[in-house]
Design a protein around this ligand. Structure first.
Ligand SMILES: Nc1ncnc2c1ncn2[C@@H]1O[C@H](COP(=O)(O)OP(=O)(O)OP(=O)(O)O)[C@@H](O)[C@H]1O
Length: 668
């Protein structure tokens, strides 16, 4: 990027803003005129006003990042891409700026080196306000040297754009026209993450109507993903993609704390569903002592037998725990009528009805229901379980002092619990009542402003344009959150597409959460079973997916390693063979130098071992970077300390993080 080029582009962008200002001023003037026009027929005027006011708001919104890209076509033609389309009336309405949704803008989002779609270059602008700060280019004229040049560039912290050098096997996966589950597997450095990212970009553009309504959920360990998508997909990516690590999938919980491997196994396996069911059933109790319910004339008692009848009825009614509380309460009241009548010593139908009514409103009965069938949240249920109830249930290993010190493996249990508990219905009831009151009030307002008898029948009346529901809505605080913000805060949100990176690490319980968020099963699953480090993680894609989609999923394998030089891959081969003797090493594009082995007296010298350009990491079971935390990452130089202390899968991951140099250090 030269200074000259930057200022030329800045001039172009300034002229686009000038055009935008003119169009907005013109639209505003037209809107004012339409509002005042006494001649126009009522209906025509209404349509004109709505259209013009839409146009004004569209042009106002476009002020933010008006132009974000440029495509250079093979025929020499250039297109500037932005939030709205702008034409030049002085030059036969030549397009100055193309709306990003227009068909001609498509290559800006979907062209790759393997599939340039008629482009030779794509330019991304970074602007602040109306000022162009910088730009970067994807050169799409691909030849053999481009790939190697890209691979040899030192790594930085941000995720790199591989769009210009995407290879055929990767490109096929990015564009695969498959609506269901797609599994992309490949060894280290085969571009799985990069490909998944570009697939999201591709889908967000090609299926934008659906995805901008429902959003995309990306689950993985690498937060660079979302920044990257925001860059590649202005207008789409920033607002429509929710990124979450597995510890963030339950709204309100954000954790990276890990349980011991044993507990991860217990909480991650399918049998944890039964565990959560037991924890809920444990809160549907029978009293140790009969509980009194005082009525006007007599006191009746809820003993174990009475509670058992009510509990059976509530458990078999088909509702979830919180929703079934009312059934439990009604059943108690039904069962208590007979003993009440016996105590009163009289029995005629009207008396039975009165007693039943009294029971229904009894505060004592409310107390009994709260004690025997309490309203519960997922958090309370699990915290109580961990803090004490786990002993009686036969799971002493679950005990911990701070029940609410959530771990990553608690997240799917919280979700499961929320499913089984259901909502208490209280919040919904209050919202419904408030809304009814607002509509009632709005109706009153409309009646008042519509009583002007002197109005001509052709004049617009308030009721012609608005109704009470609409007016009530206007009073509600508008929800300014983006789709991503709303989706992330709503446990029951279902996404249009779900992407899972490092999918081999997720437990069966994690998959239940993800499948709930993806009822249409439109998913891209990216992983490598040979790199699995979590005990509770996946062992076979077939077994993992069968409960949800049976065999209806598509598998693609990436075979070329763009990260790790061949000599380093050969060094890592025994670790792979130990994990899976049948697994094949991906083919490395780069040769590179063989790893260096060193013996040192003191491991503290390790961090002083390597000094040079590019990124650098030390991977050791004791940190700073553990093999588990290193998954998905890469560095120019990697020092692996005492690989023998790692499991085979950990060793395989650690040894394959280097793009240039690998140093293996052992103690003398
Ligand atoms: N076609 C390509 N052109 C240039 N670089 C590429 C290409 N494909 C992948 N890369 C680069 O190779 C490196 C590895 O890619 P990526 O992290 O996506 O691999 P991965 O399969 O997810 O690896 P791992 O399983 O080890 O996490 C990245 O630096 C990526 O930018």
């Amino acid at each position: 990027m030269t200074t000259g080029e930057l200022s030329t582009e800045q001039e172009t962008i300034a002229s686009l803003y000038a055009r935008l200002d003119l169009e907005r001023a013109a639209a505003k003037a037209e809107l004012a005129a339409a509002l005042l026009d006494p001649h126009e027929r009522r209906w025509h005027r209404e349509v004109a006003v709505r259209t013009l006011s839409d146009q004004v708001s569209r042009l106002t919104v476009a002020d933010q990042g008006l132009c974000f890209g440029r495509t250079d076509h093979a025929d020499g033609h250039r297109t500037y891409i932005g939030r709205v389309g702008l034409l030049d009336p002085a030059d036969d309405y030549r397009p100055l700026l193309t709306d990003w949704r227009a068909p001609i803008a498509r290559p800006f989002y979907t062209a790759t080196g393997a599939h340039p779609e008629g482009l030779v270059r794509r330019r991304h602008f970074r602007t602040r306000g109306r000022c162009l700060e910088s730009f970067h280019d994807d050169e799409l004229r691909f030849d053999g040297t481009t790939l190697l040049a890209a691979l040899n560039a030192p790594r930085s912290d941000t995720m790199r754009d591989i769009v210009a050098t995407i290879q055929a096997e990767q490109d096929e996966v990015i564009r695969l026209d498959h609506r269901g589950v797609l599994v992309i597997e490949g060894g280290p450095g085969t571009g799985k993450t990069a490909v998944a990212l570009h697939r999201v970009a591709y889908l967000l553009y090609t299926q934008r109507d659906r995805l901008s309504r429902q959003g995309v959920l990306v689950v993985g360990p690498n937060p660079g993903f979302v920044d990257y998508i925001g860059d590649v997909l202005p207008s789409l990516g920033e607002t429509d993609v929710v990124f979450a690590t597995p510890g963030e999938l339950f709204p309100g919980v954000r954790t990276t704390r890990e349980d011991t491997p044993e507990l991860q196994g217990l909480k991650g396996g399918r049998s944890a569903v039964a565990l959560v069911r037991e924890a809920v059933a444990d809160r549907q109790e029978l009293p140790d002592e009969p509980l009194p319910v005082e009525l006007e004339d007599v006191t009746v008692f809820v003993d174990a037998a009475v509670a058992a009848v009510a509990r059976d009825r509530a458990r078999t009614c088909g509702l979830r725990h919180n929703e079934a509380r009312q059934v439990f309460r009604d059943a108690l009241a039904d069962v208590l009528v007979a003993p009440a009548l016996t105590l009163i010593g009289e029995d005629w139908p009207e008396l039975a009805v009165d007693v039943r009514r009294e029971l229904a409103g009894s505060a004592d009965l409310t107390g009994v229901v709260d004690a025997l069938w309490p309203a519960l949240t997922a958090r309370t249920l699990l915290a109580d379980l961990y803090e004490g109830r786990c002993f009686a249930l036969g799971y002493p290993e679950l005990h911990r002092e701070d029940g609410r010190g959530w771990t990553v493996s608690d997240v799917p249990l919280l979700d499961e619990a929320a499913e089984l508990l259901g909502t208490s219905g209280e919040a919904e009831r209050v919202a419904e009542r408030d809304r009814a009151l607002e509509v009632e009030y709005a109706r009153g307002v409309l009646e008042v402003i519509d009583t002007d008898e002197a109005m001509h029948e052709d004049e617009l009346r308030a009721v012609d344009l608005v109704d009470a529901e609409w007016l009530a809505d206007r009073h509600e605080a508008p929800d300014h959150r983006t789709l991503a913000e709303r989706a992330a805060g709503d446990r029951e949100w279902t996404y249009g597409h779900v992407v899972v990176d490092e999918a081999q690490e997720l437990s069966e319980m994690d998959w239940r959460v993800l499948m709930r968020r993806s009822p249409n099963r439109s998913m891209t699953i990216v992983g490598d079973l040979a790199q699995r480090q979590a005990d509770a993680g996946a062992r076979s894609w077939e077994a993992l997916l069968a409960p949800y989609v049976r065999t209806r999923w598509v598998y693609r394998r990436l075979t070329v390693n763009y990260r790790t030089p061949a000599a380093i891959m050969r060094y890592a081969a025994p670790a792979l063979a130990e994990v899976d003797p049948a697994a094949e090493l991906p083919t490395s594009v780069r040769r590179g130098e063989p790893p260096v082995e060193m013996l040192v007296d003191d491991l503290a010298v390790v961090s002083r071992l390597v000094a040079g350009p590019g990124t650098f990491a030390v991977i050791s079971v004791d940190g700073p970077l553990t093999p588990r935390a290193s998954k998905g990452l890469e560095f120019d130089t990697v020092v692996v300390v005492e690989p023998e202390r790692m499991t085979a899968a950990e060793r395989y991951v650690a040894l394959t993080r280097a793009t240039r140099h690998l140093v293996v250090v052992r103690r003398t």
